[in-house]
Write a protein that binds this ligand. Structure first.
Ligand code: SF4
Length: 281
């Protein structure tokens, strides 16, 4: 069946809460690009808005719920995936998508990220990775590259850097992909695949924060940051692909098939009901 691709104005009318525009985001911020790719992916899949719920963390990307017309829970810091887990268990028919930043996801909410992946719950996490805590003042996050400048690492960040995709694989996620705001069509396609995947899926979206990361590291404004993504990104089809140092692997990086949590949990419920009935309860 031919899919009607909506024009930008039709998309805006259908999905954007225009009463809240203009957005709070700085000029050139990459968050809107990632959010736009997510909305286009949802629209392309033909999902009914009523069946889609966002859970959203804290940080600049947390403002997303102000601008898109979906049911959404703006949660406490790092807890967007716990809310997503509860929603999905309560109503497995929902498409549950978590929007989270790098500080929110692999910093403050790192433990919840690990356990959502370990359970393989059918939730899609879209991780806006701008390598910094943008909203709270430019502090380094666990995803800040070693050596990079931030307001809390004025001489260069000396800690190791978490690769969210590697962490997700180690924890048990079954779909892992990465793209950048420069490679926005790929980003949209990967988000669509992640949403249709049955199990925990992560799409890491490398997104520019020109106001904090770009400025502090003297990379320049958004166009320079996106040109850097263009230069550094290498399209691969595996997380284990060899790329030269300093390059970013983008593409569908990992896929596995493993039992999904809500289905396993449903069996536990059935067994509990059966035993309760046997006891006459
Ligand atoms: S501080 Fe950075 S991430 Fe936050 S809105 Fe501004 S550019 Fe975007």
């Amino acid at each position: 069946m031919p899919v009607h691709v909506l024009h930008a104005n039709e998309l805006k009318e259908k999905y954007v809460l225009t009463r809240n525009l203009p957005t709070i985001w700085c000029a050139g911020c990459g968050i809107g690009t990632v959010l736009g790719a997510a909305v286009r992916a949802i629209d392309g899949l033909g999902l009914d808005k009523k069946d889609v719920v966002f859970t959203i963390g804290i940080g600049c990307s947390g403002y997303s719920s102000r601008y898109v017309n979906f049911d959404a829970a703006h949660t406490t810091h790092g807890r967007a995936l716990t809310t997503a887990t509860g929603l999905k268990l309560a109503n497995p028919k929902l498409t549950v998508i978590t929007l989270t930043g790098d500080g929110d996801c692999v910093g403050i909410g790192g433990n919840h990220f690990i356990h959502a992946a370990r359970r393989n719950i059918d939730v899609t996490a879209i991780l806006f990775n701008n390598s910094i805590y943008g909203m709270t003042g430019g502090q380094y996050s666990p995803a800040t590259p070693t050596g990079a400048l931030s307001t809390t690492s004025p001489y260069g960040m000396v800690e190791g850097t978490i690769d969210p995709c590697e962490l997700a694989r180690a924890a048990g996620a079954t779909y892992i992909a990465r793209s950048t705001t420069y490679h926005v069509q790929l980003l949209r396609q990967l988000i669509a695949k992640a949403i249709t995947h049955k199990g925990f899926s992560l799409v890491e979206a490398i997104a520019q924060c020109p106001n904090q990361f770009g400025r502090l590291n003297k990379i320049g404004a958004a166009p320079e940051m996106m040109r850097q993504y263009k230069r550094e990104a290498v399209r691969v089809d595996s997380l284990d692909a060899e790329v030269p140092p300093g390059k970013i692997k983008i593409g569908e990086l990992y896929k596995a098939d493993r039992p999904e949590y809500t289905k396993m949990y449903a069996k536990v419920r059935e067994e509990a009901k059966r035993r309760a009935a046997a006891r006459g309860q």
